[in-house]
Design a protein around this ligand. Structure first.
Ligand SMILES: C[S@@+](CC[C@H](N)C(=O)[O-])C[C@H]1O[C@@H](n2cnc3c(N)ncnc32)[C@H](O)[C@@H]1O
Length: 408
């Protein structure tokens, strides 16, 4: 069977690679890039390299520099942050420029240069709504770029817990296929005949992430024309005026976007309790005398505060369940998981009944990584950090299986 070559951008500790390799031996990652800005020690890269290297094809440089080294591949993958994707005219007024350090532009450059057949990306769920003052602009810019480069795109907001995994982690996944692939032609035909089929039956996410047939397509947008029928002059005009409500499911073909809200079929849940270590948890993970401090941090509060301009106001926040319930999937794990922070999980130890933090292994389990994946020499707090950045690996395995059907 022919291999499927992959380049992994913003590779972290390798969630995409691990997930794809679990789906099939046909996936071969031929280039990976990971660089933690401003840090001398590169813990995530070292972890990646320990598992998948050392290799000349694992690059530990800023993608701004490394992007020209990315080879031509069949599939480009990467998880990247939600940033400001607006563009402006550059100095000579003809060129177009995004903000410096915005990672989407490097992905876009690599797509333009290397023209991979398929692209699979991950971002946070709020990408679809941002920025708040011009809702949908940022995601619109991504779709418009993919359209300009000759791609069909599909997206789905996926909450891992709704597909049987132990964490309520909601992420936007975007899959794109180039107009030279056979699959592009078959999708284009389906959409022409019956667009709903793509959402519920034949699209990239439809089979592995089954959803109930809900509403019909609720919004349609053009990426080519404004509502008044005028064409967008260029990407700057688009970024200045595009606004849209993107729902959790949708697709874009030939500059036309269709989106709707879907609901996953009910799955048997995996709970936080299911992944807790039941024995041998070190004393250092237990709260000890800090119980009251944590109870206060997690509790509801109303505090009178004074702003810099002297204006006084009441700061209020609601309670967070304390301890975290073990009979349901966990809350989303953040990069701050190991710090003294109200979003850090506190659980009841299954053996002693005493309260404690999650162990690094439990954090790995929440994302579906093998136990000890990040135990590669980095300080423990970075093991939590890396898991806060990572994705839920088995979701990628499902997507990898689907892609095999598409590539055939
Ligand atoms: C959301 S995380 C992706 C995590 C990855 N999917 C995983 O499973 O571990 C984004 C990664 O991009 C890296 N990164 C941020 N800026 C970068 C840059 N300029 N060049 C290369 N990598 C960068 C971060 O260090 C982080 O590991």
């Amino acid at each position: 069977m022919k291999e499927i070559t992959v380049a992994e951008l913003f590779a972290g500790v390798g969630g995409f690679r691990l997930g794809l390799e679990k789906a099939s031996v046909r996936y071969r990652t031929v280039w990976a890039n990971q660089w933690e800005p401003g840090k001398k020690l590169q813990h995530a890269f070292d972890c990646y390299d320990k598992h998948y290297g050392p290799s000349l094809t694992n690059s530990n440089e800023d993608i701004a520099i490394a992007k020209t080294n990315c080879p031509k591949v069949d599939l480009l993958v990467g998880g990247f942050p939600c940033q400001d994707y607006s563009v402006a005219h550059s100095g000579d007024a003809k060129g177009i420029e995004g903000k410096k350090g915005v990672l989407w532009w490097y992905i876009n450059d690599i797509i333009g240069e290397r023209k991979p057949d398929y692209v699979l990306l991950e971002n946070v769920d709020r990408l679809l709504k941002s920025p708040s003052k011009q809702r949908g602009r940022d995601f619109g810019v991504i779709l418009r770029c993919l359209y300009d480069q000759g791609y069909y795109a599909e997206w789905r907001v996926i909450n891992a817990a709704e597909y049987g995994y132990p964490q309520r982690r909601r992420r936007t996944f975007i899959f794109a296929a180039r107009n030279t692939t056979k699959w592009y032609s078959s999708v284009a035909k389906t959409i022409n005949d019956n667009p709903r089929e793509v959402l519920y039956k034949t699209g990239f996410f439809a089979d592995q992430f089954k959803v109930t047939k809900g509403e019909d397509i609720v919004h349609e947008y053009s990426l080519k024309e404004k509502f008044n029928g005028e064409k967008y002059e260029d990407l700057v005009d688009f970024s200045n005026s595009f606004q849209a409500s993107f729902e959790n499911t949708g697709f874009m073909l030939n500059g036309k976007v269709c989106t709707t809200t879907t609901t996953p079929y009910k799955h048997k849940q995996t709970t936080l309790g299911d992944i807790l270590e039941s024995d041998g948890v070190d004393d250092k993970y237990f709260l000890g005398n800090d119980l009251e401090k944590w109870r206060y941090m997690k509790g509801a509060k109303k505090i009178e505060r004074t702003a810099a301009n002297g204006h006084s106001y009441v700061f209020s926040e609601g309670p967070i369940a304390f301890p975290d319930p073990s009979d349901r999937p966990s809350r989303t794990m953040l990069t701050s998981e190991s710090s003294t922070n109200r979003s850090t999980h506190i659980v009841e130890d299954p053996k002693t009944g005493n309260l404690r933090f999650l162990t690094p292994v439990e954090c790995e389990r929440l994302n579906g990584f093998p136990d000890g994946w990040t135990d590669t020499g980095m300080p423990e707090k970075f093991r939590y950090f890396c898991m806060g950045n990572a994705l839920v690996v088995p979701l990628i395995t499902r997507m990898g299986k689907q892609l095999l059907k598409i590539i055939k």
